[in-house]
Structures are given as structure tokens and as C-alpha cells.
Design a protein around this ligand. Structure first.
Ligand SMILES: NC(=O)N[C@@H](CC(=O)O)C(=O)O
Ligand SMILES: [Zn+2]
Ligand SMILES: [Zn+2]
Length: 432
């Protein structure tokens, strides 16, 4: 296993023979440095990979990860987080703004982009904060950040922009460059600092503060009206509840410019896992019940949920080793994302490989305005590739990771082990 930052490797030449594309057709693929080229032009001495039984997906794109740099390099760095991304088949990720300092100025955005260019094992999109310090009061340097790093997406993720007037002003501001606001939908009055468990039977039994569905749904419903009012783009982070899906469905039917993401953990795991008070399972929004999980799967299948996002949230042990209510919320996810999608959506027949390519590459690349990502695997296109072995499986070991953190909710589970090879702009960033 090797994961190599883009900067310290050279683009490869590789011929993958007899491989299936997402649409089911079988072909040869020639990675000719930064681009895919006509396999007929591959030289005889080029490295060959037998692609029989494998599937060539476009490089995966994750619109929501926490890389923790600057500020919490003990939990993750841009180097280690993007290495985990490469192991997960990703060729681009968006790094959220809740770092220390917060990415609320062009200077911080430039710093993050600079480190990513030096040390990243995939492309890194810098998400800007909506408000200064994520405090929800004054707008961050939205326009300056956009001009400095090309950022189109802004989010106070980790915090909800609760004030509707602030949200409206931010929508009006980003509309000027067709930007998008990604909301962490959690009404801080309905789900405050003590809310740490889906409000229901389990929260009552365990004596944990309830995090009601309504805290998510009401914020999304409000934001839909503000997006409609301003004509700006709106994105719902980590949607978790059936009722919120109904709001998103209705908004789409009205023509509101809305997209939504779901996380692998909300597609697989349920609130019952909190019974042992293991803080690995503490996350925002919380794990919910099986009915919500099922509704979420259906919504990814029917397109109500446009894309998968890991919300990869690495935490150091000292931030998790606390009473449940005091532990930091969040779990890692980059290395098991495709595995969970295969088990929860592909295998049950809710998505085919083309659907997986859409929800994990095309749609997130479009959200972020990434021209070179989310493109088909075809001659002339940028060589971004995730080569998949659909039949491999393994038991998840949290220590077997490129991440610095071990807060892995899939520990000990038997899951698919699909990623064989990741190629980012012709660089082999991961090979198993
Ligand atoms: N999801 C989480 O529970 N935690 C995230 C923040 C967030 O995505 O809200 C984190 O930064 O740790
Ligand atoms: Zn969030
Ligand atoms: Zn997040």
C-alpha cells in the first residue's frame, strides 16, 4: 500500500485491459500521463493491469471532509486526510472551514490551498465560512475568498447559520458569482449543546439529550424559502431525516436551486448503537432509526439526495474519551465510503454503477464547479480514476488507515473492500 502526494510523484502510463465502465461496457483504458488516451496508442512496454472483473469509476469527489489543518494537526493534516481520501478512491475533496483559524478570510483560504498543493494526495477545494468565526453574525470575506481560491461553496458547517437575516444576506452576496451556501441544519434552540442522541425511545432510555428531527427539518424549510426569495443555490449538508427529505422533494418540484448530500453512516448505522455509550457513534446530526435510514436510501436512489458526502470528521482520543454528552461529535469516513454505498445501495439494486458514479463523482463535482473532475472515463478526459474490485471484502480495522484518527464507526464490520487503484490527474495516488 502506498499513498503519494501529487507533488512528489510523476504522472503514470498505464494500460488497464478488459475493464467494465460504469455503463457496463467493457474496454481497455490507457492512462497517458494526465489524460486518458486511445488504448491503440499505448506503447508495447507500458505497464499493464488486467481489469477483468473490475469496474472503472471516475475519480470520486467528496464535497464534505474535515482535514483539521490548520489548528488540529494531531487529529488530521491535509497530507494524511487526502491520503485517506486516495485510499477511498477520491480524487477531489472539499475541506470544510471549521479549522483554527476558521477559513473566513482570503488569507486562510490561500494558506490551506497552498498546503494542499504541496502535500495533497488529491485535489482539495477550500470551503469558505459563511460568517466570521462561524459565529453566525457577520459575513466572512465571501467575495475575497471566492477570488483568492475560486471557492464557490460556503458553509459554517459544525455550526448552523441560525439567523435568517444573516442567511438571506449571504445568499444575496454569493448569488453574484453563482456561489452556493451549504447549511449544517441544526436549530440551536431545538437541538442545543446537550443534544447528542436522536430524540426518541433510545435517548429516553439512555438519558441522553434528544436531537429532534424538527431541528433539522425546520431550518431546511426556512432556507428553502430564502433560496427561493434570492434565487441563489442552496445545499443541505448531511441530511438525516425522512421529514427533511419531504421538504427537499417539494422544493425541487418548485424549481428551487437545492441539492442535498447524505453520509455513508446515516445510510447504514442506527441510533441503537449508542446503547453502549461508545462516543465513536456520537455525530451531528445523530444516527437515527431504521425508518430514517430506509427513507434516506430511497432518496439517494430517486435523486432527492443528489450525492454522497462522508463528513469525514477525525478526532483525537482526548476529544472522544469523555462522557457521551461532552465528547466531540464526528466520525471518520473516507476509506469506507464506497464500501458502504456498495452494501447499502448497489447490492440491494437501488443504484447501478452509473448511479454510483453520479452520486459520488458527477454530482459533487458539479456542486463545487470542478471542471476537471466528475468526468467520464474516456479518451481526451483528465485521468481521474477509481478502479474497483466489486467482490473483495474485509473486516474493518481502524488502525489500518492513512488518517491520524481512529474514530471509525465501522470497526469490526465485514464490508466490501472495493478500491484497487486511485489515479488523480495521471498520478497513481493509491494502489493496493
Ligand atoms: N459531523 C460532526 O459531528 N462533526 C463535524 C462537524 C459537522 O459536520 O457538523 C466536525 O467537524 O467534527
Ligand atoms: Zn455539519
Ligand atoms: Zn462536517
Amino acid at each position: 500500500m502506498t499513498v503519494i502526494p501529487l507533488r512528489s510523484s510523476v504522472p503514470a502510463r498505464l494500460l488497464i485491459t478488459g475493464v467494465a465502465l460504469a455503463d457496463g461496457t467493457t474496454t481497455d483504458i490507457f492512462v497517458d500521463h494526465e489524460v486518458f488516451a486511445d488504448p491503440a496508442d499505448a506503447p508495447d512496454d507500458v505497464e499493464r493491469i488486467d481489469g477483468t472483473g473490475l469496474v472503472a469509476l471516475p475519480g470520486l469527489v467528496d464535497p464534505h471532509v474535515h482535514l483539521r489543518e490548520p489548528g488540529r494537526e494531531d487529529a488530521e493534516t491535509i497530507r494524511t486526510g487526502t491520503a485517506a481520501a486516495a485510499r477511498g478512491g477520491f480524487t477531489a475533496v472539499q475541506a470544510m472551514a471549521n479549522t483554527t483559524p476558521v477559513t473566513d478570510t482570503a488569507d486562510v483560504a490561500r494558506e490551506v490551498a497552498g498546503i494542499a498543493a504541496e502535500q495533497g494526495a488529491c485535489e482539495v477545494v477550500v470551503c469558505g465560512a459563511i460568517t466570521k468565526g462561524l459565529a453566525g453574525e457577520q459575513l466572512a470575506e465571501l467575495g475575497l475568498i471566492h477570488r483568492a481560491t475560486g471557492t464557490q461553496c460556503f458553509s459554517d458547517d459544525g455550526m448552523c447559520v441560525a439567523d435568517p437575516q444573516v442567511m438571506r444576506r449571504a445568499f444575496e452576496y454569493v448569488r453574484a458569482f453563482d456561489g452556493v451556501l451549504a447549511q449544517h441544519a441544526q436549530d440551536p434552540r431545538l437541538a442545543g449543546p446537550d443534544a447528542c442522541c436522536h430524540e426518541g425511545e433510545v435517548s429516553g432510555k439512555l438519558g441522553l439529550g434528544g436531537w429532534p428531527v424538527a431541528a433539522e427539518t425546520t431550518i431546511v424549510a426556512r432556507d428553502v424559502e430564502l433560496a427561493a426569495l434570492t434565487g441563489a443555490r442552496y445545499h443541505v449538508c448531511h441530511v438525516s431525516a425522512r421529514e427533511t427529505l419531504d421538504v427537499i422533494r417539494a422544493a425541487k418540484a418548485r424549481g428551487v436551486r437545492i441539492t442535498a448530500e447524505a453520509t455513508p453512516h446515516h445510510l447504514l448505522l442506527t441510533t441503537d448503537l449508542l446503547t453502549g455509550y461508545d462516543t465513536t457513534f456520537k455525530v451531528n446530526p445523530p444516527l437515527r432509526t431504521a425508518e430514517h435510514v430506509e427513507a434516506l436510501r430511497q432518496a439517494v436512489a430517486d435523486g432527492t439526495v443528489d450525492m454522497i458526502a462522508t463528513d469525514h470528521a477525525p478526532h483525537a482520543p482526548q476529544d472522544k474519551d469523555h462522557a457521551f454528552v461532552d465528547a466531540r461529535p464526528g466520525m471518520v469516513g473516507l476509506e469506507q465510503s464506497l464500501a458502504v454505498v456498495v452494501d447499502t445501495l448497489l447490492t440491494p439494486g437501488l443504484l447501478d454503477w452509473e448511479g454510483v458514479a453520479d452520486r459520488m463523482s458527477y454530482a459533487p463535482a458539479k456542486l463545487l464547479g470542478l471542471a476537471g473532475q466528475g468526468r467520464p472515463v474516456a479518451p481526451g478526459e483528465p485521468a481521474n480514476l477509481c478502479l474497483v474490485d466489486p467482490s473483495a471484502r474485509r473486516t474493518v480495522d481502524p488502525a489500518d488507515t492513512a488518517s491520524l484518527s481512529r474514530n471509525n464507526p465501522y470497526a469490526g464490520r465485514d464490508l466490501p473492500d472495493p478500491v484497487r487503484l486511485t489515479v488523480c490527474r495521471g498520478h497513481v495516488t493509491y494502489r493496493r
